[in-house]
Design a protein around this ligand. Structure first.
Ligand code: NAI
Ligand code: A1CAB
Length: 269
């Protein structure tokens, strides 16, 4: 079995470890590094996966998955540089960081694959986009695709699209959570108990997501099917349009893309 080491076991690192375990990986085939000992202990207790130093991770793992914040990448690259060679495989989950950064800072020929996943990895429903760096072959991409397909869907994109992907599906779950949170508040405004409002909205979100995923219909048609002439929904849609919700989403996602570009630029030579 391929041994995978997750470097930095925060929210997305934990989601990956948990998703891989759900997907059939053995705890013994997974390793992680973590800056905070208490966090390391917590994860070992929860998942039975061993926390190691970076040297051990580099020595034993076939795939090293970098899952620290982009702002924390420098010390990780310094640690990895003397430990890796062309037979290693580095997978970066870091928003904004280009494969060229790794290629510049690690030994020549180290293959790097850039990935933008998302947190639904925790429930095996991730959307991950993968892009090969300069030294990554089709075989390296296939290894990464196989690994991530245990925790959701995988698409390959040109690396130039990764900042847009980050804004869309990397951050995407947060936008849906935000909408659900606001809709539950609307239930409170209308006088419903919070638990009931939560149940109504969450199940509506699950049902709508299932229809989007399973029906062949365009989202516009699915919305139109809910929107009866002179009915209730069109009144709500009019308010959404009046308040510029569509324009707000376009601007919000563009701002997220811009931040991803900025995070990459901060590490330019
Ligand atoms: N949270 C999300 O939804 C997504 C995050 N990402 C990317 O994943 C990366 C991690 O994000 P989060 O998990 O949200 O951040 P986080 O802050 O929850 O996790 C980062 C973890 O790395 C650890 N760490 C930092 N430096 C370390 C070092 N030198 N050695 C060992 N451990 C170290 C920290 O203690 C922390 O536990 C980021 O680069 C982010 O862009 C990508 C897609 C989605
Ligand atoms: O907010 C962030 O920077 C990370 C990257 C995509 C989702 N979360």
């Amino acid at each position: 079995m391929t041994v995978i080491a997750v470097l930095g076991a925060g929210k997305i690192g934990e989601a990956l470890l948990s998703g891989l375990l759900h997907g059939g990986h053995e705890p013994g085939d997974l390793l992680f590094t973590e800056r905070y000992p208490a966090r390391a202990e917590e994860l070992t207790t929860r998942y039975g996966v061993r926390a190691v130093e970076v040297e051990e991770a580099a020595k034993h793992a076939d795939v090293l998955v970098v899952a620290v914040k982009p702002q924390d990448i420098d010390p990780v690259l310094d640690e990895l540089a003397p430990l890796l060679g062309p037979s290693s495989l580095v997978v970066s989950l870091c928003a904004g960081l280009p494969t060229s950064l790794y290629e510049r800072r690690l030994a020549s020929g180290v293959p790097v694959v850039r990935v933008m996943p998302n947190t639904p990895m925790l429930v095996n429903e991730a959307m991950s986009a993968i892009s090969a760096g300069r030294y990554a072959t089709r075989e390296h991409l296939a290894v990464v695709r196989d690994l991530l397909s245990h925790v959701g869907q995988v698409v390959e994109v040109p690396e130039g699209q990764q900042d847009a992907v980050t804004a869309l599906s990397g951050s995407g779950p947060a936008y849906f959570f935000y909408l659900v949170e606001a809709m539950i508040d609307a239930g409170i405004l209308l006088g419903l108990p919070r638990t009931l409002a939560g149940q109504l909205i969450i199940q509506s979100a699950v049902g709508a997501a299932k229809m989007l995923a399973e029906s062949e219909e365009h989202p516009v048609l699915l919305r139109e099917a809910v929107t009866s002439p002179a009915g209730t929904t069109i009144n709500a849609i009019r308010e959404l349009e009046k308040h510029g919700v569509r324009a707000a989403l376009l601007a919000a996602i563009e701002a997220a893309r811009d931040r991803s570009v900025e995070l990459g630029k901060a590490h330019e030579a």
